[in-house]
Design a binder for this molecule. Structure first.
Ligand SMILES: *Cc1c(COP(=O)(O)O)cnc(C)c1O
Length: 370
């Protein structure tokens, strides 16, 4: 049996008829960009998040870049971002002409308020919190620190649709919450899509204008905007997917609980969400000191895994200009060397999970050399 690290066809099959009839409906409607499906999705997702405004954009990276730009972040500013993040947040800072300053996570995967505090300078303008793997970073300590230091807070909630901290949804705590609907996400489209959540109606309006060439009225340009629009087909698919999101989240939570219950190997550390949070299990990420050896062992059993992420942003070729080196972010780098994402896709079967559990529980460090 081969078990892929991820597969997307099974989530499509779960509601195949609904996606297919939506596709036909959109094709036949004659509206393909920024029409009714998009407006409906923006409203439905805002309602789902508990109020506020949602503006659809082209992808998650655009959500980050555009919201930061319209919050006034630019040249000369520093933005604090966690070392253990997907590079999107870092690129968004750089694309705005600002400088990323890396802070460390705590002993889980969440950005540490103490580490943020150590990185604040007179140039610091904002902090980006990434809710990694579907876990939610406990926001209260970060929000009160940022409030007292007059820093903006931006959430990268691209992996945390529907996740909660103290009963409030991820992405709704700061000045802007950024979402991606890339197909692998829990709330995934079937192409590129993203959105920004904000509470300030003026900011929502500015994003709405900016994403469409800066024009409020056709061919009248109020600002030097961009083209980053959510198209009708993706919005239509998202309207279908959003209706089933709670049920899909339950499926993943059950599969994650199954792993947590039955994986038992002293060499493996299981993921534990922070207190007062509801995790949506975008990924199930274990830690192991002999991670590469473990991944090789799993592969001999046909089990494919992934690493999120094999190179931390500060050590990428892209960020060489920051002149950082290995050892600069020891907590982040330790995670980079030890994390392993197990197969946890929608529609994974008990048999597939049992095979993963059996192989993990059988693992000893020298095994793959036998
Ligand atoms: C997927 C993802 C993004 C970027 O989304 P795109 O839609 O691919 O641009 C940003 N941040 C995180 C944490 C992500 O997982």
């Amino acid at each position: 049996m081969q078990i892929p690290a991820n597969r997307l066809d099974r989530v499509y099959r779960q509601h195949q008829a609904e996606y297919e009839s939506k596709a036909l409906e959109v094709l036949r409607s004659g509206y393909y960009i920024l029409g009714e499906e998009t407006a409906r999705f923006e409203q439905a997702f805002a309602d789902y998040l508990g109020g506020g405004f949602v503006v659809g954009v082209g992808c998650g990276l655009d959500a980050l870049t555009i919201s930061m730009h319209l919050l006034g972040i630019g040249c000369g500013d520093e933005v604090i971002v966690q070392g253990n993040t997907f590079i999107a947040a870092v690129l968004a800072i750089i694309h705005n002409g600002a400088t990323p300053v890396f802070a460390e996570p705590d002993d889980g995967f969440c950005l540490s308020p103490e580490s943020i505090e150590r990185k604040i300078t007179p140039k610091t303008k904002a902090v980006i919190v990434t809710h990694l793997y579907g876990m939610v970073t406990p926001m209260e300590p970060i929000l009160s620190l940022c409030r007292s230091r007059r820093l903006m807070v931006i959430e990268d909630a691209a992996q945390a649709h529907g996740a909660e901290y103290r009963g409030q949804k991820a992405g709704t705590f700061g000045d802007a919450g950024c979402f991606s609907f890339y197909p692998t996400k829990n709330l995934g489209a079937f192409g590129d899509a993203g959105a920004v959540f904000v509470r300030d109606p003026a900011l929502a309006e500015a994003i709405r204008t900016y994403r469409n060439y800066g024009s409020e009225k056709r061919y009248h340009n109020a600002m030097t905007g961009v083209n980053s629009r959510l198209d009708e087909m993706q919005a239509g698919f998202l309207n279908v997917r959003l209706r089933h999101l709670e049920e899909l989240t339950q499926q993943k939570a059950a599969a994650a609980a199954y792993y947590s219950r039955y994986i038992a190997n002293p060499l493996i550390t299981l993921p534990v969400p922070a207190p007062e949070t509801a995790c949506v299990w975008h990924q199930y990420v274990i830690r192991c000191d002999t991670r590469d050896d473990l991944a090789a062992w799993l592969l001999t059993k046909g089990i494919h895994t992934d690493i999120h992420y094999p190179v931390p942003p500060h050590l990428t070729e892209a960020c060489r200009f920051l002149q950082m080196k290995r050892g600069d972010l020891p907590v982040t780098e330790r995670l980079t060397d030890t994390v392993l994402s197990l197969p946890l896709f929608f529609g994974i079967t008990k048999e597939e999970q049992d095979a993963v559990i059996l192989a993990l529980n059988d693992y000893r460090p020298d095994k793959s050399e036998e």
